[in-house]
Design a protein around this ligand. Structure first.
Ligand code: PLP
Length: 464
């Protein structure tokens, strides 16, 4: 099987002084931006949203010159500012970063140094967290229908470091963990029967796929305790992209329901260390959308759990990284047709899948110095894949894009690089991290030979 513990390094090594220092300095960083932001329970040091227009065009253009396009750019200062704002609104909660939004090892190390736990959705994400040197007590693994290979890897990781936590979303998963002789820290994922989110594909809270049916929860919890598991937590996830008032109302019903279920478990099985209410903190993708008002969401959550003696845990993914990242792409073709103006770019559904998958809106901006003088015209911006879903927008009025322009695509920090794929045999773009006035390449561009490497390995008889 795929146990690859030998190249994991030493996951039990703590984050070390660097990380601890970064955590401390995060709290003492100078305040910039508005200190009396209306959002966040305490004054925060950053505006609640960074729009695409707020990025420095010259700097982005020079990164595109240096590294080529397409290119993902991620600003770690913005990630940390988002983290501090959320931590300010939820001062007593544990923050577990959902790695699936962007699982770069560098990023996991940074959010962990700020105090976060890492919420992992696969063995691969657990592997990444361990590569980042994150100790087991800051790693949670929550998989949906976990492949056996994943469970085996995670159980091996647990043998190395018994402080990690596994979340099971089905009775079968509990039984399979027991069969692998796992009897460590266990959290149960419940299906609360209430969901919310920006698109039906991400409203997981009420979808039967996710979590133990609420009516089976207490029985499953009993069973787990009897089998010798260390039952420490209860988990539920409402969905992704909770932003507007309707979704916030669904969120209110959701946290109330989770609190009721937690109370039932505590009353019949015993105390719990934590209850996680998942992620789903929305970010505005459209320029005119207001940011999520964190305070009411925090207050509702806090109120729902007021009578329970548990640590509250939240699992932001997108909230921490979406507006910290942009995708840079170059215009290579402009075609005027009787129907529309088609702008061809070197990025598309293989680099940013969200528009094709969810019909998602991402802001677009030319970084050309003259771009702001150009008049808006309806434009369809299309990628290089021969599929009609390979478009970032259709007939969107935007200042005219010209061949050779570098275009910045907003909010690409979450579910951008992470969902990239090599369809059409297109190598995946590199990622550059901006860190203050420095920048560094944290993932190189895939090459054409990377595309055939695994086939070459198979020809040479390398099995894994
Ligand atoms: C996807 C996911 C998250 C994060 O969702 P966001 O919308 O990015 O905040 C958190 N928890 C679980 C279990 C998830 O599957």
């Amino acid at each position: 099987m795929t146990s690859s513990r030998d190249d994991d390094g030493d996951p039990t090594a703590s984050l070390g002084d660097d990380a601890a220092a970064a955590g401390r300095s995060a709290d003492t960083q100078p305040v910039h931006g508005s200190a009396d932001s209306p959002h966040g329970r305490r004054s925060t040091d950053s505006p609640p949203v960074r729009r695409l227009d707020d990025w420095n065009a010259d700097r982005l253009r020079s990164l595109a010159d240096e590294y080529g396009t397409p290119l993902y750019v991620l600003d770690v200062d913005r990630v940390q500012a988002n983290y501090r704002r959320l931590a300010g609104a939820f001062p007593d909660a544990e923050i577990a970063y959902a790695a699936k939004a962007n699982a770069l090892v560098d990023l996991l190390r940074i959010v962990c140094a700020n105090g976060a736990t890492i919420e992992c959705a696969s063995a691969g994400e657990v592997y990444r967290a361990r590569e980042a040197g994150i100790p087991g007590d800051r790693i949670r693994y929550t998989a949906v229908n976990p492949p056996e290979r994943d469970l085996e890897y995670v159980v091996d990781a647990w043998k190395d470091d018994p402080t990690l936590t596994v979340t099971a979303g089905a009775r079968d998963t509990v039984e399979r963990l027991a069969a692998l002789e796992y009897d460590g820290r266990l959290c149960l994922r419940v299906n609360p029967g209430v969901g919310a989110g920006h698109h039906e594909n991400v409203r997981t809270g009420g979808d039967a796929t996710f979590g133990i049916p609420a009516e089976r929860l207490v029985e499953t919890a009993h069973d787990a305790v009897e089998r010798g598991f260390d039952l420490v937590g209860l988990h539920a996830h409402v969905g992704s992209g909770v932003l507007d008032a309707d979704q916030r109302e669904a969120h209110r019903r959701f946290v109330a329901r989770v609190a009721d279920l937690a109370t039932e478990v505590v009353e019949s099985v015993g105390s719990l260390e934590f209850v996680s209410v998942g992620g789903g903190f929305g970010v505005p993708y459209r320029e005119d959308e207001p940011p999520l008002a964190l305070d009411p969401v925090a207050e509702t959550t806090h109120d729902a759990f007021a009578d329970l003696d548990v640590c509250l845990s939240i699992e932001p993914g997108r909230y921490l990284v979406a507006d910290a990242g942009v995708l840079l792409t170059e215009v290579n073709t402009v075609k005027e047709t009787s129907a529309t103006r088609v702008v061809g770019i070197d990025a598309g559904m293989t680099t940013l899948l969200r528009p094709a998958l969810y019909d998602a809106y991402h802001a677009l901006r030319s970084l050309d110095p003259d771009a702001s003088d150009r008049e808006p015209v309806p434009q369809t911006v299309a990628g290089p894949v021969c599929e009609s879903s390979d478009v970032l927008c259709v007939d969107r009025p935007t200042p005219r894009f010209e061949r050779g322009d570098v275009i910045a695509v907003g909010n690409a920090g979450a579910y951008g690089a992470e969902m990239a794929n090599t369809y059409n045999s297109r190598p995946r773009p590199p990622t550059v991290v901006i860190d203050g006035s420095d920048s560094r390449l944290v993932r190189r561009r895939e090459s054409l030979s990377d595309l055939t490497r695994l086939e070459a390995a198979a020809r040479e008889g390398v099995a894994e």
